[in-house]
Write a protein that binds this ligand. Structure first.
Ligand code: AR6
Length: 169
């Protein structure tokens, strides 16, 4: 698997799948989630509403992932995952790792071989960048998958630098 870092906007990525840092409602929000729904158009939200009435009436639990079509994005699918809110009292690293692992499992089910991830949980959910980068990189490196082109798309130089350090170690 090739792991590459991109400084830029996830919604510009031409890939089989882009991963959304969603919340349990699957009904949108700010950050990368807001950008995906804005640029991808209403088909994504319609598919998410469908998932809420069928598979996830109580919402998608943190650490799990589910796919929808990608609407007008230059990708085929959006894989929605719910990161943990960072806590100083409780170690939620396993949940953040699970986001990456389950997103890759969903990608494999779809037959997606190119997948772009944002820095899950490092925005609104407050996870420190270096720690999140280490967990993300370690998890994708150790998860068996058919994905051959994995990109981390980072929105800031700080995030890009944190992921570069994690990749080097
Ligand atoms: N492309 C790539 N990265 C982005 C983009 C973008 N267009 N926009 C923001 N980022 P966040 P979270 C970066 O807050 O912390 C939402 O409201 C951002 O700089 O999007 O998992 C959801 O609905 C940060 O490094 O996700 C949830 O309620 C990273 O993406 C909640 O936020 C993740 O920041 C999820 O919080």
């Amino acid at each position: 698997m090739d792991i590459t870092l991109v400084l830029g906007d996830l919604t510009d990525q031409h890939a089989d799948a882009v991963v959304n840092a969603a919340n349990s409602t699957l009904l949108g929000g700010g950050g990368v989630d807001g950008a995906i729904h804005r640029r991808g158009g209403p088909d994504i939200l319609a598919a998410c509403r469908d998932l809420r009435t069928t598979r996830y009436p109580r919402g998608l639990p943190p650490g799990q992932s589910v796919a929808t079509p990608a609407g007008r994005l230059p990708a085929r699918w959006v894989i929605h995952t719910v990161g943990p809110v960072y806590s100083r009292e409780e170690d939620r690293s396993a949940v953040l790792a699970s986001c990456h692992r389950t997103a890759l499992h969903v990608a494999d089910e779809l037959g997606a071989t190119s997948v772009a991830f944002p820095a899950i949980s490092t925005g609104v959910y407050g996870w420190p960048l270096d720690s999140a980068a280490r967990i993300a990189v370690d998890t994708v490196r150790t998860t068996p998958t058919q994905v051959t082109d994995l990109r981390f798309v980072l929105f800031s130089r700080e995030a890009h630098a944190a992921f570069a350090r994690a990749l080097d170690s």
